[in-house]
Write a protein of this length. Structure first.
Length: 488
């Protein structure tokens, strides 16, 4: 059947009716689009206005001490300054600036630092030691000096999720390339959603009758994480696409990538959920993000696909290489690295720290600080405002305390195993074999001059128990018997 449109069709009643219907559909679609555009714009303004991910209470150690004669070198000092938030160039958002001039490092704290712009220093090195420390503006040589304290952690919320924010410029290139290869290789090219991936995922879903094929870009994942649920359906995909368009208009690609890198869920460590790659770097490897190797970057990027499965790589060693090698292959395919680089990274051993958490985080100490803060502030205040809490903790001494406790506990476990070996055999003959009880431990290191806490260990494994044995109140029980007998 053929329909011939006469020359005057568009001026006839049927032509005008058709034009009216088309125009009405356009108006309706534009109105719906405009409604949701404004709605999602307000959501973005409400959620992402101001400093994204910066409104959280941060817990810092005591200032680090340096002195002439101390074993160190310029590379170690600049690495430390980078770790605590200093930059080699002036930056309004950094804690300070450092300048390397041969064997002399100039340190200039900003108004955001612990020293509020003061304490500018010139540190000179010689023969792998600090030769002298002087005020940057001139003055006599100093016997010792303080430099910026380390960030221990951000306070976690009721969901027990830990984060460390990081800027896009501080992400290592290998980390960026690993994430792009794993999640969205066309991120810097598409307008917020990738038509190729969306149509490919839709076709696979139709063929298999499921909604399991992933089609989200990094921008869409940011939209979902900040604003939407995790339900797998195409209504949510449409919302993600609209939010992605607005995010792409309001923020640069680098800013969106930064949001993603700070918010993505990367598994559990002990009793904490890990958010963001800066926190994951500390939680899985006990390192600052800038110190990661290619293989370690690939492993962290691989966590995104199955975080709860791969986060147990310390207990299931075969899972670590699975996560790493898959991303390395994708990086080779996308020409970020060559095959030789990938093979070198595969040969490196993934040294994932235990789930109890790294010693530098001092979890029992942080809990104690949080409890003290909650006596003065509401939890909503601590989690919604940018407090900076400076403590007396010495990170180096805390690490030494953690190592000493670990060695001591292993020694006691060995002695207990020998003592209970015969006892267990006797119990087994009776059809009852109880496990060897685990000893608990506590360690507190105080500055004898001031009484300040310099290191604190509250138990053998924070992931298993958050009870702080160093300050827990318990009935003394039989501990008083020697004093009673001695009094007789």
């Amino acid at each position: 059947m053929r329909i011939r449109i006469q020359k005057g069709f568009w001026t006839s009643r049927w032509g005008l009716t058709l034009l009216g219907v088309v125009f009405g559909c356009i108006v309706i679609c534009a109105s719906i689009f405009g409604y949701y555009y404004v709605k999602y714009g307000r959501m973005i303004d409400a959620r992402l206005s101001g400093n994204i991910l910066q409104n959280t209470t941060q817990i810092f150690s005591a200032p680090a001490q340096i002195a002439p004669g101390q074993v160190s070198n310029p590379e170690e000092l600049t690495t430390y300054l980078q770790k605590v938030g200093y930059r080699p160039e002036a930056d309004d958002s950094s804690l300070g600036q450092y300048t390397a001039n041969g064997n002399v490092i100039d340190i200039r704290p900003s108004k955001l630092s612990y020293f509020a712009g003061g304490n500018a220093l010139a540190v000179q090195f010689a023969s792998k030691t600090i030769k002298s420390i002087r005020p940057l503006g001139g003055g006599p040589e100093m016997a010792s000096a303080e430099i910026e304290p380390e960030l221990i952690t951000n306070l976690f919320d009721s969901s027990r999720e830990k984060r460390r924010s990081v800027r896009y410029d501080d992400l290592p290139p290998n980390m960026i390339n690993a994430i792009l290869s794993s999640e969205d290789k066309r991120f810097f090219e598409h307008p917020g959603f990738d038509f190729i991936r969306i149509f490919g995922a839709a076709w696979n879903d139709l063929r298999h009758g499921t909604h399991l094929q992933g089609a989200s870009t990094i921008t869409m994942q940011v939209a979902r994480t900040f604003f939407l649920s995790t339900d797998r359906n195409w209504r949510r995909k449409v919302s993600e696409a609209m939010l992605s368009l607005e995010l792409e208009q309001r923020f640069s690609k680098q800013r969106i990538f930064e949001m993603y890198a700070n918010e993505v869920y990367l598994g559990n460590r002990g009793s904490f959920g890990i958010r963001g790659f800066a926190q994951a770097s500390v939680a899985y490897f006990g390192k600052d993000l800038r110190q990661l190797s290619l293989g370690e970057c690939a492993f962290l990027a691989g966590l995104i696909r199955a975080p709860n499965y791969y986060s147990a790589a310390d207990r299931h060693p075969e899972r670590g290489p699975q996560s790493r090698d898959r991303v390395l292959a994708q990086m080779v395919e996308n020409k970020y690295i060559n095959e030789a680089d990938a093979q070198d990274a595969k040969r490196e051993q993934l040294k994932i720290v235990r789930t109890a958490g790294t010693s530098s985080e001092a979890p029992y100490f942080v809990d104690m600080v949080k409890d003290h803060l909650l006596d003065k502030y509401a939890e909503t205040e601590l989690l919604s405002q940018n407090f900076r809490v400076y403590t007396t903790l010495d990170p180096a001494l805390q690490r030494a305390a953690a190592a000493a406790v670990e060695a001591g506990v292993k020694n006691v476990d060995t002695l207990l195993a020998k003592k209970y070996e015969k006892w267990k055999k006797d119990k087994a003959k009776k059809g009852n074999s109880d496990p060897i009880p685990q000893v608990q431990v506590a360690l507190v290191s105080l500055d004898p001059r001031t009484g300040e806490i310099r290191a604190l260990i509250g138990g053998r494994d924070y992931g298993q128990s958050q009870l702080n044995h160093a300050i827990a109140h318990r009935q003394p029980g039989s501990v008083f018997k020697p004093f009673v007998y001695a009094a007789d």
